[in-house]
Design a protein around this ligand. Structure first.
Ligand code: GLU
Length: 416
């Protein structure tokens, strides 16, 4: 990260402070909004395949449950630590509030590179972590989901371990395999939501016409599902990347062919025909929309002056530092913030949770129709607030979310 760019937690708090000031909320209430309600740190000893024991560090930060149970993903990544988890938990509270679903926010994770572990080691790590935090979880208490480095298989292991302790409980996690009570459409939902709001924001700003050109940085669950939805809607995905590097084709990368190659175990570098670019080069290519969909702090004060797109849509959680955000705003490049753009995942998590509780299964077209409706409503509210108050979309999103959170705190009478 460039010097001058704040750490993730400081950055999130800076945006909260601005929204609190905009709303005229009392200073002492600011702390109630910022501080996590409960945080748990666990050490997780795992016997590795070579017979040695390694102790991993796991976290669950339960930020706020004033509007409903704590909700948020579990991340397996080397950058996971307490402050990182806390910032991500806070973002979840605002995300749920902005799209107006009945959840609070939380985040958890383990400091680990999951690709360096065998499947047996990973199952053991996941089970022990679940045992370590099981007493603060619950279907109406705290419901985890996948995040970076975890997937539906990880959720199945968590569900199994939690069910061994508490009895069969499919609603304890979302993002499960469909065969185990997962929702249709959950894996496509984060990117789908991003593409839906991107389209609306581009139309409102006259960006790209019928077939806008899109750069997608990161090709995990968010990036790949966004690319597929953009193509479905007639956009041209001109550049995509994963950790190993990127592909560029101004006429549009063949996303279906890339997905086929990856499904067959191929790598980005095996993809023939498209120009190869580095991740850094990809961020500064010319196009209508850039979707950073990998990890935080990708747009910094170093590269923000060189970004050539007309709009940024944050597929990842906090990919733009506060300093980069100020530069983009100054340059007149709108940023559709993460708490709106990547809320599709938690929205379909909400549908999955509701289906599990009711023991009733929705069809895919219902999931997609309800997702579209919630994303459109949240986008419209954010856009209208931004226009009416001459503020950025991020400021509008934080302000609306914090207004709802503040109201819930007042109504519940916590502070009477
Ligand atoms: N990890 C995802 C996010 O950051 C999904 C969270 C959830 O579905 O609970 O939004």
């Amino acid at each position: 990260m460039a010097s001058g760019d704040m750490q993730m937690l400081e950055g999130t708090i800076a945006w909260v402070n601005a929204a609190v000031a905009q709303l005229g909320i009392r200073d002492d209430m600011r702390d109630v909004i910022v501080e996590p309600w409960r945080e748990l740190t666990v050490s997780i000893p795992v016997q590795m395949d070579n017979g040695t024991v390694r102790v991993f560090h796991g976290y669950r930060s339960q930020h706020n449950a004033a509007r409903g149970p704590f909700k948020g993903g579990i991340r397996f990544h080397l950058a996971v630590d307490q402050s990182h988890t806390r910032a991500l938990g806070m973002l979840m509270t605002f995300k749920s509030a902005l799209v107006n679903i009945p959840f609070g926010g939380a985040k958890g994770g383990i400091q680990v590179d999951p690709r360096a572990l065998s499947e047996r080691e990973l199952i053991e790590l996941t089970r022990r972590y679940t045992r370590g935090i099981n007493h603060v979880l619950g279907v109406s208490r705290d419901i985890p989901a996948p995040d970076l480095g975890t997937n539906s298989q990880t959720m199945a292991w968590i569900m199994d371990e939690y069910s061994a302790l508490h009895g069969y409980t499919p609603g304890i996690v979302t993002g499960k395999p469909v065969e185990l009570g997962g929702s249709e459409g959950r894996s496509e939902s984060p990117g789908r939501g991003a593409a839906i709001v991107s389209r609306l924001a581009a139309l409102d700003r006259g960006i790209g016409g019928e077939s806008p050109s899109i750069i997608v940085q990161g090709y995990g669950q968010v990036g790949s599902s966004a690319a597929r939805k953009f193509v479905e809607d007639g956009a041209r995905v001109v550049a995509v990347s994963d950790v190993s590097g990127g592909l560029y084709n101004p006429k549009g990368v063949d996303i279906a062919a890339l997905d086929k190659l990856l499904a067959e175990g191929g790598k980005f570098s095996d993809f023939k025909g498209e120009e190869k670019v580095s991740n850094d080069e990809l961020l500064c290519l010319e196009a209508d929309v850039l979707v950073p969909a990998a990890i935080e702090d990708v747009l910094t004060s170093d590269n923000a002056p060189n970004i050539k797109v007309k709009m940024v849509v944050e597929g990842a959680n906090q990919p733009t530092t506060t300093a980069a955000d100020a530069i983009l705003t100054e340059r007149g490049i709108p940023v559709v913030p993460d708490i709106l753009a990547n809320a599709g995942g938690v929205v379909v998590s909400y549908f999955e949770w509701a289906q599990n509780i009711q023991q009733f299964k929705w069809k895919l077209d219902r999931v997609y129709a309800e997702l579209t409706s919630i994303m459109e409503t949240a986008y419209r509210a954010t856009q209208e607030y931004a226009m009416a108050n001459s503020v950025t979309l991020r400021s509008a999103a934080y302000t609306l979310a914090i207004q709802r959170l503040h109201r819930a705190i007042e109504l519940r009478g916590f502070l009477k």
